[in-house]
Ligand binder design. Structure first.
Ligand SMILES: Cc1cc2nc3c(=O)[nH]c(=O)nc-3n(C[C@H](O)[C@H](O)[C@H](O)COP(=O)(O)OP(=O)(O)OC[C@H]3O[C@@H](n4cnc5c(N)ncnc54)[C@H](O)[C@@H]3O)c2cc1C
Length: 392
C-alpha cells in the first residue's frame, strides 16, 4: 500500500491518538493533534498499568516496533504474577517470556504517555493543547477515550519497602464481577479494585482490597493517594463515520473481560492512520477486525460468563490460568475464539451492551465513574456502603 503524505487531524492525545500521529508523521503527513487538556497524560495520575503480552505469540514491543512505534518510555517486563483464587489461595503463574510490561501512566517523564508524545514531536507532529474537539468536518481520527462507563478501577498509589511483584485477586468481596490487583515496582505501588458492577460501593470494595493484600502479603502502604478512572468496551459495527475514524476506547476497543485497553488503543490508532493515509477509510474496519476482532469477541463472551456464573467460573479461571510455567499460552487460549464462544457471542454481545451507564443515577453520589468525588462533599447514601449488593 502506498501512503500519500497529506494533512491529518486527530482528536485526543492518549495512546490511540499518539500512535496514529506517530504513524502518520512517519509517513510524512502533516499532523495536528487536538487535546482538551493543557498537556499530555492528564487522565492518569502516575498509576502503574500492564501492557499485556499474552494475546499473541509474538512480543507486544516487537509488534509495536514493527509498526514504527518505539518503546520510548520506561517499560519493565514481568515474568511472574501471583493469582489469588476465589477462596484467597495463592497460585504462582510464570512464563519464560514477559507476561506483561509494566508502564507508568500520566504526566511523569517516564510514562508511556510522555514517551509517545516525545516520539510524535520528533516526527514533527503538532499538538494543540486546551483544544476540545468533538467534530472533524474534514475527516480525521477521533481518539477521545471512553464515553460510557462499563468498568471502573479505583485504588491508591503508595510507597513501600516491599519487593517488586504483581498480584491479582479473584475473591468476590474485593471486586464485584471483577478483580483486585496490586503492583509494586521500585518502591512504588498501586492497589486497586476493578469493578464491572455495583460502582456506588467502590469505597467498600477498595477497603476490602487493601485489607486483603495487607493481611496476605504483610505489605505496608505509605503515603497513600487515591486514584480512579472509568472505561468502556464494545465491538462497533463500524468504526468509521465517513472520513472520521474512531480509535482506542472511543471506538470501544478494550478487553471486556479484564479492562486492558492500551494495546488495542495503540494498534487501532496505527491502523486508523494507515487507512486514512491510503485514502481508503473504509478499509479500517477490515484492518482492525483482522488484527484483534476475534480477541475482542472472545473477551465479550468471557465477560458474559464471568459476570453471569459467579464463583464457580472464578475458580475454574484460576485453575485454568495458574501454573508454574507457560501462563502466556494459557491466557492466549482464554482469549481465543472457540466454536462454543462463537455460538454464545450473539447473546453475550447483547447482554454486555446493555450494561453501559451514561449518567449518574444516585442522588448525592460521589463515585469515580461519575466523578462527583472530585467536588462532592456529601457522604454516600446511608446504608449503601455497609451492605454492598450481594456478590455472587
Ligand atoms: C484506572 C485504570 C487502570 C487501567 N489499567 C490498564 C492496564 O493495566 N492495562 C491496559 O492495557 N489498560 C488499562 N486501562 C485502560 C487504558 O488506560 C485505556 O484503554 C487507554 O488509555 C485507552 O487509550 P485511548 O487513547 O483510547 O484513550 P485515553 O487514554 O482516554 O486518551 C484520550 C485522550 O483524549 C483526550 N480527549 C477526550 N475528549 C477530547 C476532546 N473532545 N477533544 C480533545 N481531546 C479529548 C483526553 O484528555 C485524553 O488525553 C486502565 C484504565 C484505567 C482508568
Amino acid at each position: 500500500m502506498s501512503l500519500t503524505p497529506q494533512s491529518i487531524t486527530i482528536s485526543g492525545a492518549g495512546p490511540a491518538g499518539l500512535a496514529a500521529a506517530i504513524t502518520a508523521g512517519r509517513a510524512g503527513a502533516s499532523v495536528t493533534v487536538h487535546e482538551q487538556h493543557q498537556g499530555i497524560g492528564h487522565r492518569f495520575h502516575g498509576d502503574l498499568q500492564g501492557l499485556e503480552n499474552w494475546t499473541t505469540d509474538h512480543d507486544v514491543l516487537d509488534e509495536l516496533a514493527a509498526l514504527g512505534i518505539e518503546p520510548t518510555f520506561e517499560c519493565t517486563p514481568f515474568y511472574e504474577m501471583v493469582l489469588f483464587d476465589p477462596d484467597g489461595r495463592a497460585r504462582r503463574c510464570r512464563d519464560t517470556k514477559p507476561i506483561f510490561y509494566l508502564v507508568e501512566r500520566g504526566r511523569g517523564d517516564r510514562s508511556i504517555d510522555q514517551g509517545l508524545y516525545r516520539q510524535a514531536l520528533s516526527l514533527g507532529v503538532e499538538l494543540a493543547f486546551g483544544d476540545r474537539c468533538t467534530n472533524l468536518p474534514d475527516g480525521g481520527i477521533v481518539a477521545n477515550g471512553p464515553k460510557r462507563v462499563q468498568v471502573i478501577a479505583v485504588g491508591y498509589l503508595f510507597e513501600t519497602d516491599a519487593a517488586d511483584g504483581a498480584y491479582c485477586a479473584l475473591p468476590a468481596r474485593l471486586a464485584r464481577e471483577g478483580y483486585a490487583y496490586l503492583l509494586v515496582h521500585r518502591g512504588r505501588g498501586v492497589v486497586a479494585t476493578c469493578l464491572f458492577d455495583d460502582f456506588h460501593n467502590e469505597r467498600y470494595y477498595l477497603e476490602q482490597t487493601v485489607e486483603f493484600f495487607e493481611s496476605v502479603l504483610g505489605i505496608k502502604m505509605r503515603h497513600r493517594r487515591r486514584f480512579g478512572g472509568v472505561g468502556c468496551y464494545s465491538i462497533p459495527k463500524t468504526a468509521c463515520k465517513g472520513r472520521m475514524l474512531y480509535a482506542g476506547e472511543s471506538a470501544g476497543f478494550q478487553d471486556a473481560f479484564a479492562g486492558f485497553g492500551m494495546r488495542y488503543a495503540l494498534l487501532s490508532g496505527h491502523l486508523a492512520a494507515r487507512a486514512l493515509l491510503s485514502g481508503e477509510c473504509q478499509r479500517y474496519d477490515a484492518l482492525w477486525r483482522a488484527r484483534f476482532g476475534r480477541e475482542l469477541r472472545a473477551s465479550i463472551v468471557n465477560r458474559y460468563l464471568y459476570s453471569g456464573l459467579g464463583k464457580p467460573i472464578r475458580a475454574l479461571l484460576a485453575a485454568h490460568i495458574a501454573g508454574t510455567s507457560g501462563v502466556r499460552a494459557r491466557l492466549k487460549r482464554h482469549y481465543a475464539m472457540s466454536l462454543f464462544k462463537a455460538l454464545l457471542y450473539p447473546l453475550a454481545g447483547r447482554s454486555v451492551g446493555r450494561r453501559a451507564l451514561t449518567t449518574c443515577e444516585e442522588p448525592g453520589c460521589h463515585c469515580t465513574w461519575c466523578r462527583c468525588h472530585a467536588t462532592g462533599s456529601r457522604a454516600h447514601p446511608a446504608g449503601k456502603e455497609a451492605s454492598p449488593t450481594a456478590s455472587r
